[in-house]
Design a binder for this molecule. Structure first.
Ligand code: FAD
Length: 321
């Protein structure tokens, strides 16, 4: 059955996050030939609507307001719900990001519908929209269908490939003037950690370090390899607890969940809590001097050796490619 699907475009630093385009690809499946509606919420949206159209949106509704310059659950839910009220979509897709995880349950409860969170795949089977999502910290996957009401899902970044960008695609862009009642006083100041290069949660390549890096300086060869590969640096909690790096780099059950194309684990033992955050990576390379290390059980390629010898060698080799 064809559906109208609304996809929230997520904006960071004036650009759309990749997960927005992945959401459009998921919507293409869910819509079954129906309309794909992109929703953009913010203060100055510029040409972002065109980007959503180039990646598969049929139409875009924007809600632009100074009060929406920064994300707030109240402001964004009012804006998004006003679009829902006008457009009445039968399905909604958000990214499973910090913003999506915060906003989606609030919207779902207001709409009185369920929410399938952290979907890694979507297909049509037996006339139903079927989502696949990980359970038990990624050790198993379950299939979920929505039998009644609005189909609402958040999708995990890096799992559903975006559609090919087509700059010749055209679509209508309409502005919706919604009344945004600011319920709180917001101090418009963002305290940002100085991060280098690629965003960890959307990175296609991650070079992660564990307690085996032995110091903050020990991360330098990992950063160099990540720079050569155009990737990001991540860490185990062991490395964060030892104050070798910031907790924003932590990957695992109580850190970020990532699914890059390539995950290079350096000096990480492979504790179950770490695996929960990275074991669904497409290709895993483990570098560890202990041949019995648990990380080798999930690795596609294992290198038994000292990371301080192996990592610079890899960086050198990749530089020469
Ligand atoms: P270690 O286990 O100490 O492993 C270090 C590895 O480095 C060893 O395998 C060693 O052989 C290797 N090594 C040492 N020197 C070298 C060298 N020169 N070259 C190559 N290899 C070398 N952990 C997470 O990562 N993420 C989480 O989100 C997380 N959440 C947790 C939640 C709870 C409730 C609990 C209880 C624990 C959690 N942990 C988490 C901690 C987890 O249990 C492990 O303690 C942690 O992952 C270990 O980090 P590590 O692998 O870096 O250190």
């Amino acid at each position: 059955m064809t559906k109208k699907v609304a996809v929230l475009g997520e904006i960071r630093d004036g650009s759309l996050r990749n997960v927005s385009f992945e959401g459009l690809a998921a919507a293409r499946t869910i819509a079954e030939g129906g309309e794909i509606l992109a929703v953009l919420v913010g203060a100055s949206l510029g040409t972002l609507a065109q980007d959503m159209i180039h990646y598969g949106a049929d139409r875009v509704v924007t809600v632009e307001d100074e009060k929406l310059a920064q994300y707030t659950p109240d402001g964004f839910s009012q804006a998004f719900l006003s679009v829902v009220e006008q457009e009445k979509p039968e399905a909604i897709v958000f990214g499973h990001t910090a913003l999506g995880k915060d906003l989606a349950p609030k919207i779902a409860s207001r709409l009185g519908c369920g929410l399938i969170s952290d979907a890694v795949d979507v297909e049509i089977a037996g006339g139903n929209v079927v989502f696949t999502r990980p359970i038990y910290s990624g050790k198993a996957f379950e299939k979920k269908i929505v039998s009644d009401g609005i189909v609402f899902a958040t999708i995990r970044p890096n799992n559903i490939a975006p559609l090919e960008k087509e700059t010749s695609r055209a679509g209508e862009v309409t502005a919706l003037s919604a009344e945004i009642k600011d319920l709180r006083t917001i101090v418009r100041e963002v305290a940002k950690k100085a991060t280098q290069g690629v965003d960890l949660s959307e990175a296609k390549i991650i070079v992660a370090g564990g307690r085996g890096v032995k110091s903050a300086d020990g991360f330098s060869p990992l950063q160099e390899l990540a720079d050569v590969l155009g990737g990001a640096v991540g860490a185990s909690r062991g490395a964060c607890d030892a104050e070798y790096c910031d907790y924003s780099l932590q990957i695992g059950q109580t850190g970020k969940v990532v699914t890059p194309d390539l995950y290079i684990a350096c000096g990480i033992s492979g504790a179950i809590q770490h695996l929960a955050g990275m074991s669904n990576s497409k290709v895993i390379v483990a570098i560890n001097k202990d041949p019995e290390a648990n990380i080798f059980k999930v690795a596609d390629y294992g290198i038994v050796g000292d990371l301080f010898e192996v990592v610079p060698m890899l960086a050198e080799e990749f530089k020469n490619l």
